[in-house]
Design a protein around this ligand. Sequence first.
Ligand code: EPU
Length: 422
Amino acid sequence: MDTFVIDGPVRLSGSVRVSGSKNASLPIMAAAILGPGKSTLKAVPRLSDISVCGELLGRLGCKFTREEDGRLWIDSTVIDNPVGEYEVVRRMRASICILGPLLARCGRAEVSMPGGCAIGDRPVNLHVKGLQALGARIHLKNGYIIAEAPDGLTGTDVFMGGPFGSTVLGTANVLMAATLARGRTTIESAACEPEIADLANCLNRMGAKITGIGSPRLMIEGVEQLQPVEYEVIPDRIEAGTFMVAAAITAGELRIENCRLDGMMAAVDRLRNMGVTVDAAGAGCVVSRRDPIRPADVTTQPYPGFPTDLQAQFMALLSLAEGNSVVIEKVFPDRFMHVAELNRMAANLRKEGSAVIVAGVPKLIAAPVMASDLRASAALVLAGLAAEGTTTIDRVYHIDRGYERIEERLNPLGARIARENV
Ligand code: EPU
């Protein structure tokens, strides 16, 4: 198991390029199921989650190859085993997004219920509700969701909001299933995340008829069939946001290439509020900080609100602000595994229900810490860059799920991160 050894503090400067989006790639890979034949996806990041998704598709009967240049081929001509096995699903919850496309293509799908998760309770009731509304019969057997629609699906109006707002992968599942349903489907309270818009654009390229893309009302006119596609996924806004915090927390200056600021307004707004400079520059931006960090309140919400996937990273930054901040988590109310670890590095964080009160400290002090989930581990790397001394982070595989060799991207900018195999 790999460990990071990080020497700090450092000041980052230089230029870094953002990879393709993990959370756009995963549902788009699942969409390849809907268009029998060979699809080519570009800019898919080299991450362990993408490999797991490839394995998942392979077990269905698809062929999956990846080229050195980042292109990825999925041949979905044959799907003879429409089963998402527990052995794979338990390694990656996003596997659930094969449920809708498999059901639409094969008239039947069995997908293991995803299990527990470090970021909290993650039910799939809204996925099930949406597919049932399209006419699927669904029951649970031996831990598997069994979905059946032998005579196909039928378009309808479906409300996809839940107690914590819209659902990203739930919207993806129902959207994909509805493309092949008879008649028209309207998804109300659809997730508006750029990754869902990217999926919808890709589906339209495959021959689907989706309108309202990017809005909370998606309208889908069902079609008889979809074709394979060649498609390039959008840049990863969460990786971009993580690099922005890296510039800010180290009082550095980074040119972040391949980053779309228009999908990141909530994060950019908070950074500017803290006294961080973010300037658009070409197909990216330049982020720098010269002044002390000002405290700021952050509340996570579905898009276009502040993304939960940047909450931990921003908390690391706010730990060093001159004053008190409040971070409220409204998407995953228990997503605070990083709090105790940051406190081990001399942060002053106090959790109160689904909020954390961040009392700014003048410096963080290195410590051995443990990565618990993807974004929590990113926060610990950021804290390690700014902390005095040598931070060691165990269980680095969490970070490898969502950031492509992060140490090889940050070290040329001035970071001192060593990957050790212990
Ligand atoms: N929810 C329900 N019922 C459902 C589905 C979700 O109540 O059937 C609740 C969840 O418990 C949560 C809220 O709705 O409180 C939002 O969850 P959502 O379904 O939107 O999350 P997801 O689709 O499973 C994706 C990302 C996550 C990201 C969330 C929120 C992918 C592969 N995953 O998950 O990304 O945090 O949306 O934006 O796209 C990450 O990349 O680190 C990550 C966890």
